[in-house]
Design a binder for this molecule. Structure first.
Ligand code: PMP
Length: 357
């Protein structure tokens, strides 16, 4: 039976990426050596990093004032690296809290300076996105999470910010057309829309740096990575290669605009079924729902386990909701084919026909 992977990350990638990555582990481009044995400073690997950076530029249209880096430590490491580099002890940064990931980013920033949480939806377990706040003009930066992977909410419009805008885009990067120039910094753990775990994409304006008074350890200083073009120390060469392959695939699909169209259609289908089906209920406010991580609950909790098992038995893998939310979550990233969503919808309908009163 064909299996469809709805895990939130590491997550589904295009089949061609798996094939090419597997091949390169045996031998990279007929060079007689494996991808994972060559030096990160070899001309072959340098070309891979440069192609990945070039593809990011091509897809976003961002100019040379933005630096493109592949770092380690995941998006989680960025939670502390950002304030370490950009927030002095007596300064304030603005954040919005709309789920587990923004909450974690806030916790880390508090270790370095003052944090002004402008708005939060913690009161309703992050089932909506807080609105109606204003961003203070004296904040050092404003941090947003464009898509909350666990709670299934997504910012539908990117706020205009009077101060540098920094976005955790781990779970929705390159899934929709954005005005990329609105951001001063974007970061994303690779293991959802970009590739496999072990690399973190950072896109940033260099002008954000060099302003804090504290000394920053070399490895945590963005300037080291900029200076050495993501090769300051040994990076995860395999993870960067998989990012490059996924970015090539995205370009070959026509880029971000057609991807957004498909993503909207896939998410639309799934939310429509959740609304229609008598057993299920969406748990995020309609206007804030994520196109990437679709979450829902069952009216009758006693059926949850058997629905989870039924989905699994029918090839829909990884739909159990995060323990902090319960219910179900289907992660339908760029690489999820239309037929995967269609399969999940048919599984939901079949389960309903067996169990609805
Ligand atoms: N931010 C978001 C929105 C995420 O979804 C995740 C991972 N699920 C993280 C941060 C943390 O990423 P990592 O595991 O790469 O540190």
């Amino acid at each position: 039976m064909k299996k469809f992977n709805f895990y939130s990350g590491p997550a589904i990638l295009p089949p061609t990426v798996f094939e090419q990555a597997a091949k390169a582990v045996l031998e990279l481009d007929n060079i007689g050596l494996s991808l994972i044995e060559i030096s990160h400073r070899s001309k072959e690997f340098t070309a891979i990093v440069e192609e990945a950076q070039q593809l990011v530029r091509e897809l976003t249209g961002l100019g040379d004032d933005y630096k493109i880096l592949f770092m380690q430590g995941g998006a989680t490491m960025q939670f502390c690296t950002i304030p370490y580099n950009m927030l002095d002890t007596n300064e304030t940064a603005a954040y919005i809290e709309m789920g587990s990931w923004s909450k974690k980013a806030i916790k880390e920033a508090k270790l370095f300076g003052n944090v002004n949480v402008l708005a939060s939806s913690a009161d309703k377990n992050f089932s909506y996105i807080p609105k109606g706040y204003s961003i203070p003009a004296d904040a050092k930066y404003f941090h947003i999470t464009t898509n909350e992977t666990i709670h299934g909410n997504q910012l539908q419009t990117i706020p205009d910010s009077p101060v540098p805008l920094i976005a955790d885009m781990s779970s929705d990067i390159f899934s929709r057309v954005l005005d990329w120039n609105k951001f001063d910094m974007i970061y994303a753990g690779a293991q959802k829309n970009l590739g496999t775990s072990g690399a973190t994409l950072v896109i940033m304006k260099e002008s954000l740096l060099g302003k804090v008074k504290r000394p920053v350890p070399t490895m945590l200083d963005y300037r080291s990575h900029i200076k050495d073009n993501s090769l300051h120390n040994t990076p995860s060469t395999f993870a960067i290669y998989v990012c490059m392959l996924t970015l090539r695939w995205l370009r070959d699909q026509g880029g971000i605009a057609p991807m957004e169209k498909r993503n909207r259609a896939k998410a639309g289908l799934l939310y429509a079924e959740i609304e229609r089906n008598t057993l299920f209920e969406a748990n995020v406010a309609a206007e804030d729902r994520s196109m990437m991580n679709v979450t829902w609950i069952m009216h009758d909790k006693s059926l949850e386990e058997s629905f989870g098992q039924f989905a699994k038995d029918n090839g829909c893998i990884g739909i159990k909701g995060h323990r902090s939310v319960g219910g179900f979550r289907a992660s339908i990233y760029n690489a999820m084919p239309d037929e995967g969503v269609a399969k999940l919808v048919s599984v939901m309908q079949e389960f309903e026909s067996k169990h609805a009163q």
